[in-house]
Design a protein around this ligand. Structure first.
Ligand code: PEP
Ligand code: MN
Length: 361
């Protein structure tokens, strides 16, 4: 898959790409005023606006449609900003291309639908326009990867992923839980793919945006897409999470920008020292795990010889309870230790099942 680095086509080297604009284009005045104010913020390079809005229920504001694309042309010529819109089908894509939109993005609801992504990709054959692919709503990295592959297979090389958080079944403080590990997994699979974070759709409210934006930069993400509106309270969609351009400016100036490495050799040596220590600890951990597995094999054998079942609910509950207590005493994250116990327990069950199934032992 050929993926061209962001700076080769957007002209920002070594700094995060900042995209901003309203959730939806509502009126010409709203679009042009927002764009005018954003054009005065030096970091903002791309103006976003939804023209077709995917809404959960019908009869909500579903976007202004094609007329909004004419407003975006004015944004390009008046304010020298590049423009980006969401496309969800072939018709949207054709219209966006016809009106000269600079960047297309595929929304979270569309990424999860291979038919729609393919339909968009087919229109893009031979058109090397930049395309950003948002993660699907469900935490499924394969679906995200698959959508990127479909677009790439059409010959698009100016690709980026947008991390906008995931639907999560249990209540949490985010509208869409970040699950950073999934964005990291995608980056590991496609190392040259730029990943841009969308803190607006992760947070769902204005208050959390700065900390999520900072975490994205701390993780080395390549840019931020943040929704803005001249009058957020009156926005026809996502009113809770949009910022005024002024608030965006303040937010951007408060962010700490980090480098992926330091030119200072002393810093390099110090990091190497920490990494060597982590290597030692991990090696020790492997030995401890090996010991644990040997005991599991013995207990499996013993249970087999004495006709005892592998899974013992009370013992499992005891493991979870005691390990949580120990982790709390040591100041470790309870959630992390519980996940770890879950993995250890799964492996224990697998090994004991194998022992039980072995014929002549
Ligand atoms: C949007 O960017 O306004 C949008 C609809 O986002 P998502 O596809 O991430 O829900
Ligand atoms: Mn939105």
């Amino acid at each position: 898959m050929t993926i061209h680095a962001l700076h080769t086509w957007i002209g920002v080297a070594n700094e995060p790409l900042i995209i901003s604009g309203p959730c939806g284009a509502e009126t010409e005045t709203q679009v042009l005023k927002t764009a005018e104010e954003l054009s005065r913020i030096k970091e903002v390079k791309i103006f976003r606006a939804g023209i077709w809005k995917p809404r959960t229920r019908p009869n909500a504001f579903e976007g202004v449609g094609e007329v909004g694309l004419k407003w975006l042309s004015k944004v390009q010529s008046r304010f020298k900003l590049k423009t980006a819109v969401e496309v969800a089908n072939a018709n949207h894509t054709e219209l966006a291309l016809k009106h000269g939109v600079d960047v297309l993005w595929i929304g979270a609801r569309t990424t999860g639908n291979p038919f729609s992504v393919q339909e968009i990709a087919d229109v893009l054959k031979g058109v090397d326009i930049p395309v950003f692919v948002k993660n699907p709503i469900h935490p499924d990295v394969q679906l995200w990867l698959g959508a990127i592959e479909r677009v790439a297979n059409s010959g698009v090389t100016k690709l980026a992923a947008i991390h906008r958080g995931f639907h999560y079944p249990t209540k949490n403080k985010y509208r869409n839980k970040p699950l950073w590990e999934i964005a990291i997994e995608l980056k590991t699979m496609l190392p040259s793919l730029p990943v841009i974070c969308d803190p607006s759709h992760i947070c769902g409210n204005r208050q959390l945006i700065p900390s999520v934006a900072q975490t994205a930069l701390d993780l080395g993400m390549n840019g931020l897409m943040i929704e803005s509106h001249i009058n957020p309270e009156s926005a026809l969609s996502d009113a809770q999470q949009q910022l005024t351009p002024e608030a965006l400016k303040l937010l951007l100036s408060g962010l700490i920008y980090r480098q992926s490495s330091s030119p200072n050799p002393e810093c390099h040596n110090k990091l190497q020292h920490f990494r060597n220590r982590i290597d030692e600890v991990d090696e020790e951990l492997m030995h401890v795990l090996k010991e644990r597995i040997q005991i599991i094999e013995q207990i499996g054998q013993y249970k087999k010889e004495h006709g005892i079942t592998i899974f013992q609910l009370e013992r499992w509950q005891e493991i979870l309870r005691t390990r949580s207590q120990w982790s709390e005493k040591l100041g470790l994250s309870r959630e992390h230790i519980e996940k770890l116990c879950q993995l250890l327990h799964e492996e224990s069950i697998r090994i004991q099942t194998e022992v039980m199934n072995k014929k002549h032992s």
